[in-house]
Each structure stands twice: as C-alpha cells, then as structure tokens.
Ligand binder design. Sequence first.
Ligand code: NAD
Length: 498
Amino acid sequence: MSSQVAVLESVQRFLNRQHGLFIDGQWVAASSEQRLAIFDPASGQQISSTADASAGDVDLAVMSAWRAFDDGRWSAMLPAMRERILLRFADLVEQHGEELAQLETLEQGKSITISRAFEVGCTLNWMRYTAGLTTKITGQTLDVSIPMPEGARYQAWTRKQPVGVVAGIVPWNFPLMIGIWKVMPALAAGCSIVIKPSETTPLTLLRVAELACEAGVPPGVFNVVTGSGAVCGAALTTHPRVAKVSFTGSTATGKQIARVAADRLTRVTLELGGKNPAIVLKDADLQQVVAGLMTGSFLNQGQVCAASSRIYIEAPIFEKLTEAFAGAVQSLSVGPGMDPGAMINPLVSHSHQQKVASYLEDARQQHAEIVQGNRVPDGNGFYIAPTLVINPAASLKLAREEVFGPVVNLIRVADGEEALRLANDSEYGLTASVWTAGLNNAMSYSQRLQAGTVWVNSHTLIDANLPFGGMKQSGTGRDFGPDWLDAYTETKSVCIRY
Ligand code: NAD
C-alpha cells in the first residue's frame, strides 16, 4: 500500500487546466502560445504548464491594476469593508487549505506536512494579522512653529496614502506564503498588485487569485502574470505605472532590480539571500541545540533564506555535538513530499539539484570531511541526501556562498569570540542564532551579531508581528510587524492656516 497522500480530484483538475494570466478578475490567454512546463520534483515528470507572459501581457496587467487603483474601487473603499473582504479571503484559503497544500508539494517538492503547517497554516496567521492592519492605518497631528505671517495659526497632520500599483516578485522556496507576504500588505494598504510567481512554482498563486476574487476583491486589484524573470519580471519591475517593487529572491537578481529602480526612483523592498550562522556556546543545552538546529538547517531541504548553514561550536563540546548531529542526519528518512513520513524531500528542480551537487563536488575534490544521511530514492527525483561538512576549508565555495540546500557546515572554534568574528565575517546579514544558558551571553551576542533577526536558543522562527529583513547583502527594508504598511504607503503632510 502506498504511504503517499492521495491527490484530490480538485487538484488534478487544476493541474490539467490550460492556465492563462489572471488579469482584471479573469483568465486571459497570453499573447504567445509558448508554455512553461511545471515538474513534480519527486518524479521529475511534467505535471502542468503555465503561460509565458510577454512585455505586452505584463503591460495589460499593470494597466488593469492602475485603472483599479485610480478609480478608487479598492483604494477608496471603507477600510472596514476592505478588512472584511480580506478576512473572507483568508477563510477561503483555509477552506481550500488541503488543495493548496497538495498543489504546493506537487510543484515545489516539500513535505505535505510542511505545506499544511507553513504554506497554509502560517499563511493564514499572516493573512488575518495583515487584514487587521487595514483598519489601523494612522497619521499624526503635529504642532508646528511657523512664525509668519504674524498672528497666523496652523494645524498640521500626516496621513498615509496607498502608493499605487505594487509589483510583487516571488521566489520558489515558499511560493504561497511569500506571495501572500506581498499581496496582503499591498491590499491592506489600499494598493493594487501585479504579482509574478517563480516560473518553477506558479500554481498556488494562480489558484489564490481566484479565491481573492471570490472573496470580493474587485477585478484588477489582484493580478497574476506567469513567465520568465528576464522578460516578464523585467517588464514588470520597469513598468512606468509601478510605484513599488516588493522583491524576494537572490541577491544577484535583487541588485539588478535595485539598479533599474534607481533610474525611476521606484520604491523597493529587497528580501535577499543569507548564509546564516549559529553559535553554540559550551553552556548550551545540547539536546535543545540538536533538535533546534536540525529543523533550522534542514527545513524544506535547507531551501530557506533564514536557514542555519554555518554552525560554530566551542571546542569542548565539538566532538560530542558533531556525533549527535551525524546520528540525527543519518536517521532522517528521504522520500517524496506526498509521503508524510519522509523527513527530507527532493529539491525544487533539476537545475537546483545540480547546483547543490556542484558545491559538494567542489568540497569532495578538496578532500573535505563529509557526513551524509540516508540514500536517496532511485528514479528521476531531484534529491540530495542531508549533508554535514566538518570544518570546511575557507577556500571551499560552500564555506562562504549560499548553497540553499540540505548542506550544513560544522566548525570548531576556540571560544565564542572567535565564533562571533567568523559569524560576522560574511557579506550576508539575514539571520543568526546563539545557543547558551547564560543571560549575559544572550544579551551580548544578540547585540553584536550582524543580522536582521537574532534568535537565542532557537532558529528560523518567524512571526507576523516581528519585523523581518536583512542587513548587508541580505537586503533592504523590513516585512511584518505593526509598521509593515509603511512600505506600501506615502506619508502626506497637510498644513492648514486658519
Ligand atoms: P531568483 O532571484 O532567481 O528569482 C526570484 C524571482 O525573481 C523569480 O520570480 C524570478 O523569475 C524573478 N526574476 C529573475 N530575474 C529577474 C529580473 N531581471 N527582473 C525581475 N524579476 C526577475 O531567486 P530564487 O532562486 O527563485 O530564490 C532563491 C533565493 O531567494 C535565495 O537566494 C534565497 O535566499 C532568497 N530568499 C530570500 C528570502 C528573504 O526573505 N530574505 C526569502 C526566500 C528566499
């Protein structure tokens, strides 16, 4: 008997559809008949295809979003009404949760358990949190000291207004959740959005656009274009009617987007890559360390921007901890995402599997000490076994670059100060963690680690109310938290003489 979850009929029907672009509240055929194939990473088989949008198709989508913004059908709607529609949208996502979770596992490869808990479960938390921000947009009243003309009195205040059309560009690692991290703040602020999922994993956002419409989001407010980064993504981020780009993806693409945005002074938020350190001090609870950093490192096969990929361990506990990690890695079962019992699943695509394999090949050629977990299933799936690299030489590519796979470096350090120096010696600054029982260590390391988020005795735990974003080459701007909508609004100052 198969241990895999049975594919829902609604999921199979969705996979079989001839997907178009979602523009102005309806499905529109792309101008070219060229299709982009979607593969199941567990089998390597094609399971669906999507349209390959041209610059002309993107223009249609942006102009639809612009008209929807300009005529106020959403931006001028009562905030309480917008909030109610967004909460209804969340309810529909919840009702279709199993369908969305299966679609995500089938196109992305991750465990169905993670799709249910994160791509759907956590997404719902973010949706409801952000819907609530719709009715909490505030300005300030300000006393001003303008001395002229003599005797004049003034009253001044600020108000937040939606910026206009937002372009959302989404990566492939958490396609639904990260897509929603762009859709929800844009819509809560009163903006319209054109979103472009990754060409590898576009299906869940296409389905979610239909649900938004069903919830009452007016036509044109939420559009989805599918296609390549070079054509569709570039046309979207350079469109003159786009007021803001919200991008999550690699540092290299983020820099390209920042360059073109500079020409037009488009607002940008960039959530980019990471090479995230964890520092384990000798007073840490080692059981807690192994459980926490196994999840922090191998969740979604390490295809997590925040994943711990460099673990610095104080010398007195290095051997013991390395042994414990090796045991834990070797106990992980490897298999398809649709098998809830498989702890490690395939990577997202053949090309990404090859990229991760090339980092390991480089390490092998330089005689690095490598500990690998279970054999991967036979067949054409895009698997890489979970891997530890012990004390990698600084010359190895995987010592400094973001591998974005199930590969973790364990590094012996003399003490915490050496760990801190090495942890901060990186071009990235997204997340970090320190593991210790000591309050002084927790306070001191959390302040000195150069990262947008620092955890103590945990890693990769995020929350809708806790700002998230990168320092250094990991990006600019912050998502989440009570001030999230600031990035989607303009502050307008009003000053009245009376
Ligand atoms: P990527 O940069 O290759 O692609 C991201 C998106 O950008 C895709 O939709 C792609 O089609 C599009 N794109 C590519 N070229 C473009 C261009 N010239 N103009 C506009 N759009 C373009 O990244 P990826 O491989 O999909 O995702 C993995 C990367 O994302 C990793 O580096 C990871 O660290 C990062 N990431 C960061 C965060 C974060 O919050 N900081 C979260 C998830 C992933």
